[in-house]
Design a protein around this ligand. Structure first.
Ligand code: OGA
Ligand code: MN
Length: 219
């Protein structure tokens, strides 16, 4: 029988469809991860990171007790960033085919958590007008041990913890931005990652179109 409409769904897309979350260890190769880690540490040394903020629009503010990371938006200015963004584009297309989320574009920033920092429990797209639908986090830290803290903790709808993920180099986590509560547990060593959000188009909303020009306003 002809089965041209059937394509096997990779297991991470299966996991995403069934539980809203997929963890992919060693998803990116070590050379790319090393290059990205070097970039964020170079940016830190050159004072090229900014304190992350919470909230959107007029509610946007610093709140280091809630969120203690320092960030820098990817702009595709290096080969490593271009390779990473190209892979995200492939994921966007795969996910759109498998899950019909209508993902339109992606934004991504490096994040560096100093010792003592974390990010309290939250969802990435809380407000109804937030266009984020799928979150992706790539970790850049070699040889992470549990005792070093800094795990991603994932919660269910009743705020019970269901999973912890070590922020180990090469691991990619994908989860639905609107429905998966999560936190970064306080870290005891420098913790580097890239956080990315796939967004749906918001063509009918001129304010959203404006905001697209300034991705920092959406953190
Ligand atoms: C975020 C976030 C998780 C992580 O940046 O919104 O939740 O493990 N990051 O870095
Ligand atoms: Mn988050």
């Amino acid at each position: 029988m002809e089965s041209s409409a059937y394509h096997p769904v990779p297991s991470h897309l299966d996991a995403l469809a069934n539980s809203g979350l997929a963890v992919l260890p060693r998803y990116f190769d070590a050379a790319l991860v090393d290059a990205l880690r070097d970039e964020i540490h170079a940016a830190r040394a050159a004072a090229g990171l900014r304190r992350a903020r919470i909230g959107r629009g007029s509610g946007r503010r610093l709140a280091a007790a809630v969120r203690g990371d320092w960030i820098r938006w990817l702009d595709g200015s290096t080969e490593a960033q271009r390779l990473f963004l190209a892979r995200l584009e492939e994921i966007r297309q795969e996910v759109n085919l498998a899950l019909t989320l209508g993902l339109f574009e992606v934004e991504a920033h490096f994040a560096l958590y100093p010792p003592g920092a974390g990010y309290q429990r939250h969802v990435d797209a809380f407000q109804h007008d937030n266009p984020r639908r799928l979150s992706a986090v790539l970790y850049l830290n070699r040889h992470w041990r549990r005792a070093q803290g800094g795990e991603l903790a994932v919660y269910d709808a009743h705020d019970r913890e269901v999973l912890r993920v070590l922020p180990e180099a090469g691991t990619l986590v994908l989860f639905l931005s609107q429905s998966v509560p999560h936190a970064v547990l306080p870290t005891h060593r420098w913790r580097a990652s890239i956080a990315a959000w796939f967004r749906v188009r918001q063509a009918d909303n001129p304010l959203a179109a404006l905001a697209r020009l300034q991705p920092d306003d959406l953190v």
